[in-house]
Unconditional design. Structure first.
Length: 452
């Protein structure tokens, strides 16, 4: 159980990581470039601040503490007023330290300030080591100056210095250069990756358009060597598939002509024979062969020569239902989408696919319901009926050519076995899919999904 639990949490963590990571090739490639750059900067910053900056701060603090220690030592014992003023002037001129002396004043212990940064810590440590007298540090001055009070034997020495005595500008210059160079490198990486991804995106668009039966414009190989090879392979594949479709259509047209000629002769010879049950059966066989040939040619030829156009599926479905209601069939239509959307397709082919499904439903059912709805990427057509339906184990078999659930040879009840095959072939040529399932009315549900 513990092993299963750990595997579950491992899979869950992997799933979360996959959701966080970029999904596009551009995003992932950029992440591969940016991640080492960020890690390098983080390590450099840590090493710099932990080593160089900290060392420089301690040195500056010890230098200032040494200057203050020298001044304190010069004021012990306290010199005459003239000498005291001279020391103060030299300290400000040479050491850039402002000094004031308050006789008889005693250092008042205040509440300790919160340690605001490493500079204060370094200065406190240096003053304890070099001055060795009671002191206090006030960093609340608004003019970027620091006030240090040192207790002398006969008064209080006020030391006022600018904070630049304790800070080095090197860290800020370092950070500015590092951030600036990172932004420049990041911009160059984005431009470079966009140029590398653009040929892949064009290839994906061309492959998707060709897979949806919309054709694809001529694409010129560009980009990296591997992308050029993939583009060239796609062009060759597209040419082979187009050529195979054309050869299949031409071959079947010839087969149709060659088969119809002997069938016509057989029909004429049978007409000249005496009317008997045997000749009637032969006529039925010839009619069935002609229907099968017509159906197979329709399936094999497809609707490839029909041009693409924008169609309103709601109007197409209404037209189909109005035709199929003429024999008294009960067929309803529900349009769940309030907005009008167009679908790029071959109108007659889509109309044929939907018609085949509606005819198939009304042949076995009393009630047929057609629904149309849209999502962000697809148009969905649902055809429900209250007929006997199709068992789950046969729902894939019915899409095979000439497969019939009715084993009889009667085409009126069993059909030729190509209706669903042709419908699915047309839908898939448009980049969609046709699925069968259990209907809410109790019969069969056929769901057509077409890309917008």
């Amino acid at each position: 159980m513990k092993i299963l639990g750990s595997l579950y949490w491992t899979d869950k963590a992997k799933h979360r990581i996959k959701n966080i990571l970029p999904q596009t090739l551009f995003g992932r490639a950029l992440l591969i470039i940016v991640t080492p750059l960020i890690l390098m900067q983080a390590i450099s910053t840590f090493v710099f601040f932990d080593r160089h900056w900290d060392t420089m701060t301690r040195r500056l603090a010890h230098t200032l503490a040494g200057d203050i220690a020298f001044i304190v030592d010069s004021l012990t014992p306290l010199p005459r007023q003239i000498d005291l003023n001279q020391i103060f002037l030299k300290a400000e001129d040479i050491l850039h330290i402002r000094l004031t002396y308050s006789p008889e004043e005693i250092l008042v212990k205040k509440e300790p300030f919160q340690q605001w940064d490493r500079v204060r810590k370094s200065l406190q440590a240096a003053l304890k080591e070099r001055v060795r007298r009671p002191f206090s540090i006030d960093t609340t001055k608004k003019d970027r100056r620091i006030e240090i009070k040192v207790q002398l034997p006969q008064g209080l020495l006020n030391v006022n210095v600018h904070e630049k005595r304790l800070y080095s500008s090197t860290p800020y210059i370092f950070l500015m250069w590092m951030i600036g160079s990172s932004l420049v490198l990041f911009a160059i990486a984005i431009i470079f990756m966009r140029n590398q991804i653009r040929p892949i995106r064009r290839l994906a668009i061309a492959a998707r358009s060709f897979g949806m039966g919309r054709g694809s414009s001529e694409i010129k190989p560009s980009g990296a060597k591997e992308v050029r090879q993939a583009t060239q392979a796609f062009r060759q594949m597209r040419e082979r598939i187009t050529r195979q479709f054309a050869q299949r259509t031409e071959m079947l047209a010839g087969v149709s002509h060659d088969l119809r000629t002997p069938l016509t002769r057989m029909r004429l010879q049978i007409e000249m024979l005496e009317r008997t049950p045997e000749t009637k059966e032969l006529q039925d066989d010839i009619q069935e062969m002609e229907r099968m040939i017509d159906g197979y040619l329709t399936f094999a030829r497809g609707e490839g020569s029909e041009p693409l156009s924008q169609i309103n599926l709601a109007n197409v479905i209404k037209e189909i239902i109005s035709i199929e209601r003429r024999d008294g069939s009960f067929i309803s239509f529900i349009n769940k989408s309030k907005e009008i959307k167009s679908v790029t397709s071959r109108p007659q082919a889509i109309k044929r696919a939907i018609t085949n499904l509606v005819i198939n439903s009304k042949k076995y059912a009393d009630t047929v319901k057609v629904e149309l709805e849209y999502n962000s990427d697809h148009a969905i057509i649902i055809i429900d009926d209250d007929g006997p339906g199709i068992k789950a184990e046969h729902r894939d078999d019915v899409f095979k050519a000439f497969f019939r659930l009715d084993p009889s040879r009667n085409t009126d009840t069993g059909g030729t076995g190509l209706g669903l095959t042709i419908a699915r072939d047309i839908v898939q040529r448009h980049g969609g899919d046709l699925l069968l399932s259990q209907a809410s009315l109790g019969g069969l549900r056929a769901t057509i999904t077409l890309p917008l």
